[in-house]
Design a binder for this molecule. Structure first.
Ligand code: PMP
Length: 298
């Protein structure tokens, strides 16, 4: 079945989907995006993602391309046309097409693009059973990381460095030696039993939708969440560490720069949190533990 993309008002086969070469997203990375997970055909935390999209657009003074109701309809239709039950949907909004010139164009309309694909979440669950290595690299991004901009070059370079070193993710480190977040994930440590630490929201990090969901789950299962900065040294001495994102949920980190975290195996707090997070997904989507291989064993 050919994949279908939504491009500026039309549904087209992905192979033929194209945008104008003077789209400002292409020339200036002048745009924003969202990625939502889909489980059992339900878009997880849809309103939180659309709220963040609105905020990113507002911060960059890009006009709202579609009313929220219309955007929801297009998202659902994109999923339907691609027959996605479990997967992800990608939404991008750029400032639109105009002759190349830095200032905002007087007349252009924002261009919306959406794609969707299936994801086998049991693979993520399998990986979580083993945990992943991360490395640290200097954070070379701009000062407004709270905006989910499509300008991701420093993130791309960091992730590539991680992959070349056999790691799963790169944790980005500010000038003071504190971890900001991962190249495409938020960063967490468990310094002492029952306490989760993650960087406070602000311009230094993206306000992860998963991060917010995990804070909610953590409090429900009786863990304390401290939103504060932490250093690479503190991370390396912690009992556990993990990363979070829409496609990773809570993923145990078992080493940082080759140094084992805790026992070097996924920790019990991370496991409990992941289990609680999947319970929340099951409640939201009606998916059952037997629908996703590995979930019952979590
Ligand atoms: N930080 C960065 C830099 C990211 O790109 C992402 C994923 N888009 C996240 C954090 C995690 O955000 P979310 O949980 O909303 O996917």
């Amino acid at each position: 079945m050919p994949r279908i993309a939504y491009v500026d008002g039309r549904y087209v086969p992905l192979r033929q989907a194209a945008i104008h070469i003077e789209d400002r997203g292409y020339q200036f990375a002048d745009g924003v995006y969202e990625v939502c997970a889909v489980v059992n055909g339900v878009i997880l935390d849809m309103d939180a993602h659309l709220d963040r999209l609105d905020r990113s657009l507002h911060e960059l003074r890009i006009r709202q391309p579609l009313e929220r109701t219309a955007l929801r309809v297009v998202m659902r239709e994109t999923l339907r046309r691609n027959r996605i039950r479990h997967g992800i949907i990608y939404i991008q909004v750029t400032r639109g097409v105009a002759r190349r010139d830095h200032p905002f164009p007087a007349a252009s309309h924002p261009v919306v693009v959406m794609t969707a694909r299936s994801v086998d979440f049991s693979r993520i669950i399998e990986r979580a059973a083993l945990g992943v290595p991360v490395i640290t690299v200097p954070d070379q991004r701009w000062a407004r990381r709270d905006i989910k901009s499509i300008s991701l070059l420093p993130n791309v370079l960091a992730k590539q460095t991680a992959y070349e070193k056999g790691a799963y993710e790169a944790w980005l480190v500010d000038d003071d030696g504190h971890v900001t977040e991962g190249s495409s994930t938020n960063a967490w440590i468990v310094p002492t039993e029952g306490v989760l630490v993650t960087r406070p929201l602000g311009p230094d990090i993206l306000a992860g939708v998963t991060r917010a969901g995990l804070v909610e789950v953590a409090r429900k299962v009786g863990m304390r969440v401290e939103e504060r900065t932490f250093t690479v040294t503190e991370a390396k001495k912690s009992r556990e560490a993990f990363l979070s994102s829409t496609t990773n949920f809570a993923m145990p980190v078992v080493s940082v720069d080759g140094e084992p975290i805790g026992t070097g195996k996924p920790g019990s707090a991370t496991r409990a949190l992941l289990k609680g997070y999947w319970q929340r997904i099951m409640d939201e989507t009606g998916v059952t533990a037997s629908d996703i291989p590995g979930l019952a064993k979590l």
